[in-house]
Design a binder for this molecule. Structure first.
Ligand SMILES: Nc1ncnc2c1ncn2[C@@H]1O[C@H](COP(=O)(O)OP(=O)(O)OP(=O)(O)O)[C@@H](O)[C@H]1O
Ligand SMILES: [Mg+2]
Length: 284
């Protein structure tokens, strides 16, 4: 039975904002998420790490119902997103901001139109749209004069920040970041990390940050999950091979976590090179 909008009690602050239970996601015979479970308390910043292709983006998309799981459940504010009405799901999505992997701005829309885009589907706020766009741009360290520019005229770092402004437009309680610093130089990456920290404080958001950037993890996260590709799991092993604060990453005895954190492929290089031209530590 679908749950009515009125039954979602967003004031239950003791309840996890996000609760994932035994989530299974497959594409054909390719199982990507193999029974993943975790929950996130309100106000927490969770980083999700793991090698390319392990299912981090799939996990984020599953949290807001953009991908349907084969089994398991996702609850947002206690509401199971598979059983609520589409209207209630749409309402929950307006309370979730998504900062996409490639910023995902519309090239044919100006910066202001991109930031205001979520309002096209929702009630306009009482504050003027233009004013709120400018306020968000300033907050994210951008000059409001770029409002009439098109994304193609912006640097990668500026595009990421415009993507953050768009995600914040609807005053979300949950922010999902997919690779917020990928492709940016170390200085601009640090600016983004700082903005993630400030956004948490200024907007009281709960955040999930999918990233490969260990500086982002150490600077912004309270807690880290590391996912292993389902294909690499030992029999009966949990796909989340690390769940703890960033400071514990250096103390774990799991070699797979250590290698990821150090960026050290170790003995996996030979396995990754299909023609076996890398042997005994040398290219032949
Ligand atoms: N819509 C889809 N259809 C089929 N397969 C998909 C789809 N979306 C994702 N996959 C597959 O699921 C796996 C996980 O993809 P995902 O994008 O979540 O990886 P990721 O951990 O985010 O990697 P990266 O760090 O490179 O972004 C990949 O093998 C990918 O090919
Ligand atoms: Mg991804």
């Amino acid at each position: 039975m679908s749950k009515s909008k009125e039954t979602i009690d967003v004031t239950r602050l003791d309840e996890p904002l996000v609760q994932v239970d035994n989530l299974v996601v497959s594409f054909g015979t390719h199982e990507v998420l193999n029974g993943v479970s975790f929950s996130i308390a309100r106000g927490q910043t969770l980083a999700v790490i793991g090698e390319s292709g392990c299912g981090k983006t799939v996990l984020l998309k599953s949290l807001i119902g953009l991908i349907q799981p084969a089994a398991g459940s996702v609850k947002l504010s206690g509401a199971d997103i598979a059983t609520i009405s589409s209207a209630t799901l749409a309402e929950l999505r307006t309370r979730t901001g998504f900062v996409f992997q490639q910023a995902a701005l519309f090239d044919s829309l100006t910066v202001r139109e991109n930031i205001a885009f979520p309002l096209s589907f929702n009630e306009p706020s009482d504050q003027s749209i233009e004013e709120r766009c400018d306020q968000l741009l300033i907050e994210l360290g951008l000059d409001p004069s770029i409002s009439d520019c098109y994304p193609g005229e912006l640097s990668g770092g500026m595009r990421k920040r415009v993507g953050m402004a768009r995600a914040l437009m609807m005053r979300p309680e949950l922010l999902l970041y997919d690779e917020p610093t990928t492709g940016l130089d170390p200085i601009v990456s640090d600016v983004i990390n700082e903005l993630i920290l400030r956004t948490r404080i200024n907007h009281f958001v709960t955040s999930i940050i999918v990233t490969h950037d260990m500086k982002t993890v150490r600077k912004t996260a309270d807690r880290v999950l590391m996912l292993l590709p389902a294909s690499q799991l030992n029999k009966g092993e949990n796909q989340i091979i690390f769940d703890g604060p960033p400071s514990e990453l250096d103390r774990t005895s799991d070699m797979r976590v250590q290698q990821f954190v150090r960026g050290d492929a170790g003995d996996r290089i030979a396995a990754l090179v299909s023609d076996n031209s890398f042997t005994d530590g040398e290219w032949k």
